[in-house]
Design a protein around this ligand. Structure first.
Ligand code: MRU
Length: 355
């Protein structure tokens, strides 16, 4: 069984971006048809679509939605609308670099094709956004192929948050090696950290692994140390929202704790990330902007108050794990090990893109 499609474009230029509304999972699998850029911004902000690669694709489609009704007469107005849409969509979430990577790619695409009639350019922008979906599938499958041999028959691997198919177009980054090991007949079991406060691990990772038939056990975040101490975990694999040039990376809040635990217990800790999540402009992880979200996600998530009214709440959505905790970064272009600065630089200098 293959994972469900998280996001796709339906129809022609006058069509819709169709995405799974992830806020409703695991109770309901409902698709949302997004018809304008404001609705796409809201979907990204509210985590209806989430996960670094998926919000990049969503933003690219959002740019098409933003300009498809622009008058064909004025080139300058069209470019201004493209730039406005990029800035607007980038403002939805700051940490995952895939969002600005995708909007910048669309902006460059427009600039490089400005000689064309505006109506043709709109069609080509849509083709470019659709192309991102195809590329994402190829990239995730390449990560899967490279990561699969790291998993042994009978292993249990732990993951945090959701870097699965739901966080990409379809295959996931951290889940791709697991899906491939499972498809190859290896017995692989996954511990999914629940992932407070929004429960992406329990709601999303457990759901999608179950759909595909991979055995999965949900634990609360504070149980990770215990399952590791009990010798029940042979590997940890997580995704990344942004990897800095020295290998430090941002991922869902709680990832840092898991990485420290893995080191303590001598368990390999892998980061599965496409090169579109690597930000070579940032020297180290402390420069990564960290999104802070509404206090209510902590104090009354899912409709029930769990902290006293009026109490102070701190809700950073991501943390930064220093590269010293990472065994390897699995990208679509190869596996990078320490020293990460050199390895990541070489990745961008020597490897052909999968485009
Ligand atoms: O806030 P979210 O749910 O968008 O956070 C997602 C994560 O932290 C993922 O691990 C990350 O985006 C990698 S997705 C392949």
């Amino acid at each position: 069984m293959i994972p469900v499609k998280t996001i796709e474009w339906i129809g022609e230029l006058d069509g819709v971006a169709r995405l799974i509304d992830q806020t409703l999972l695991p109770n309901e699998l409902r698709y949302l048809d997004v018809r304008d850029v404001e609705a796409m911004w809201e979907a990204i902000k509210m985590l209806r679509v989430r996960g670094a690669p998926a919000i990049g694709i969503a933003a690219a489609m959002g740019m098409v939605l933003a300009v498809r009704d622009c008058a064909p007469s004025c080139r300058d107005a069209f470019v201004a609308a493209v730039d406005r849409a990029a800035a607007y969509l980038n403002s939805a979430r700051p940490t995952a670099v895939n969002l600005s990577w995708a909007t910048r790619r669309m902006q460059s695409f427009v600039v490089n094709h400005l000689a064309l009639p505006i109506e043709d350019l709109k069609q080509l922008m849509l083709a470019e956004a659709k192309q991102m979906v195809q590329e994402d599938n190829a990239v995730c499958q390449a990560i899967g192929r490279l990561g699969e041999p790291l998993i042994r028959d009978g292993d249990s691997w732990l993951t945090h948050c959701n870097a699965g198919g739901l966080a990409t177009a379809q295959w996931g980054t951290a889940t791709a090696p697991i899906y491939m090991a499972h498809a190859a007949g290896k017995r692989v079991h996954v511990f999914a950290d629940e992932t407070r406060p929004l429960l992406q691990g329990a709601r999303l990772t457990a759901w999608e692994l179950q759909q595909v038939g991979v055995p999965v056990t949900v634990i609360t975040d504070n149980m990770a140390a215990t399952v590791m101490a009990q010798g029940k975990v042979q590997g940890v694999i997580v995704g990344a929202d942004r990897v800095a040039a020295n290998g430090d990376f941002a991922n869902k809040i709680g990832t840092l704790g898991v990485a420290i635990l893995a080191k303590e217990f001598g368990i390999p800790f892998y980061v599965a990330a496409p090169t579109s999540s690597i930000d070579m402009q940032l020297a180290s992880g402390h420069l990564i902007p960290i999104e802070e979200r509404r206090p209510e996600e902590v104090s009354e998530g899912f409709g029930r108050r769990t902290a006293p009214l009026g109490v102070r709440i701190y809700n950073p959505a991501f943390d930064v794990t220093p590269h010293r905790y990472i065994t390897a970064i699995i990208t679509e272009r190869g596996i990078v090990r320490a020293p990460f600065s050199e390895g990541l630089r070489a990745l961008f200098e020597h490897s052909p893109s999968l485009r």
